[in-house]
Design a protein around this ligand. Structure first.
Ligand code: ATP
Length: 363
């Protein structure tokens, strides 16, 4: 055991809205079934709380999470009753920005050939990682409107890129590549920077210069570049070529949805929001999905895999391995929700995985 870590680590759990309310309890069941030495504390931040008392994040909320917890597991935020989406912005972007969780880590793996819409792509062909800058870009909401509602209206949306922000995510990508292996045990060897520097010359120029400088410090890693439009095309035509991809906040958002499509849809994708050495946050890639919320239809595997990612980040490797193996087996045995071709509901799929993790399903 890591002597730096307490015997029992603390996890804050925020289900949030819509299908977040359904998938997170399944992720919690898997953590408990794995017997992880953790204490879970639930917080009710989300649309219901906001509509009840107008509070999105209680005073000192982020400071409390950073001080009292080792990791955070969240579901999703977004509710049709809150038209401004203010609570989602303040909670989700607040977690990312105010806690400075600058590296959004999204592994893209194919658990079973049947889940990929591309023909001839096997699990060994799809094992890439996207590192999305998580604290800058167009998500800072800088900009404004001039003469709104008139024929002369002007809207600006600023794309903020700082030297510090660009450098730390690019460096994180190279460090990640150096320290991690693919699932088949082979070393990771390539970092590809994706931008649109031919059109967005100012911000793209900064990314280009920093990428060149940082990559020179890692001569054993192959540095590559692709424009984001070309990357989308190549990801669909031949995803085998990708290893570690690093990109800005918006391109990362878009290409990880595309990549999620390759691994079986949004319900299968997990992500981490990380600042090395600080309390980090883990979540499924999908949103609150209002059309299917409350119907026991949502795929809980993205959330369960996010929980496994979190435990691995906390040093609880054996527990993470058991949860990932159980999800893999559920996919193989078609003990899944309908979106990926199985007959089960959210709860039933989650229970199957938890039972398997606990060793109660035959091996
Ligand atoms: P956001 O802007 O928060 O990312 P969004 O509206 O773009 O949200 P989602 O809420 O993630 O996107 O979902 C879009 C659609 O994808 C859903 O309506 C649903 O059909 C499908 N979907 C998303 N997550 C899941 C899931 N876990 N299981 C099954 N289907 C899902």
């Amino acid at each position: 055991m890591d002597p730096q870590k307490p015997a029992i680590q603390r996890i804050a759990v925020i289900r949030g809205d819509g299908i977040g309310q359904e998938v997170i309890p399944q992720a919690v069941k898997a953590i408990q079934a794995a017997g992880a030495a953790v204490e879970l504390t639930e917080f009710d931040w989300g649309a219901d709380r906001y509509l009840r008392d107008g509070i999105t994040v209680p005073p000192e909320g982020f400071a409390m999470l950073a001080r009292d917890f080792d990791a955070i597991l969240i579901g999703a935020f977004g509710d049709p009753r809150v038209k401004t989406n203010i609570h989602a912005k303040e909670i989700l972007l607040g977690l990312r920005f105010k806690m400075d969780l600058y590296a959004n880590l999204r592994p893209v793996r194919l658990l079973d050939e049947a889940l990929c819409p591309l023909k001839g792509v096997e699990p060994s062909d799809l094992d890439l990682v996207v590192l999305r800058e998580n604290t800058e870009g167009v998500y800072t909401d800088a900009g404004g409107v001039f003469k709104p509602g008139t024929p002369d209206e002007i809207a600006t949306q600023e794309d903020i890129n700082t030297r510090k922000g660009v450098e730390r995510i690019i460096r994180y990508a190279f460090e990640y590549c150096r320290e991690h292996h693919k699932l088949d045990g082979s070393p990771r060897s390539k970092v590809l920077m994706c931008d649109k520097s031919n059109a967005m010359t100012h911000a793209g120029g900064l990314w280009q210069r920093v990428f060149k400088e940082v990559s020179a410090e890692y001569p054993q890693i192959t540095a590559q570049h692709m424009y984001v439009d070309a990357l989308c095309m190549h990801m669909v035509r031949d995803p085998r070529q990708f290893d570690v991809i690093v990109t800005n906040n918006m391109f990362g958002d878009i290409i990880t949805d595309l990549a999620a499509g390759l691994q079986g849809g949004l319900g299968m994708a997990a992500s981490g929001n990380i600042h090395p050495g600080k309390t980090s946050m883990f979540e499924p890639v999908h949103g609150s999905a209002p059309p299917i919320a409350g119907k026991n239809l949502a795929n809980p595997f993205g959330a369960i895999l996010a929980a496994a990612m979190m435990l691995r980040h906390m040093g609880l490797t054996a527990e993470a391995d058991r949860i990932e193996a159980a999800v893999l087996e559920a996919v193989r045995q078609k003990k899944t929700t309908q979106d990926i071709g199985g007959p089960l509901g959210t709860r039933e799929a989650g229970e199957w995985v938890a039972d398997r993790v606990a060793g109660e399903k035959e091996r």
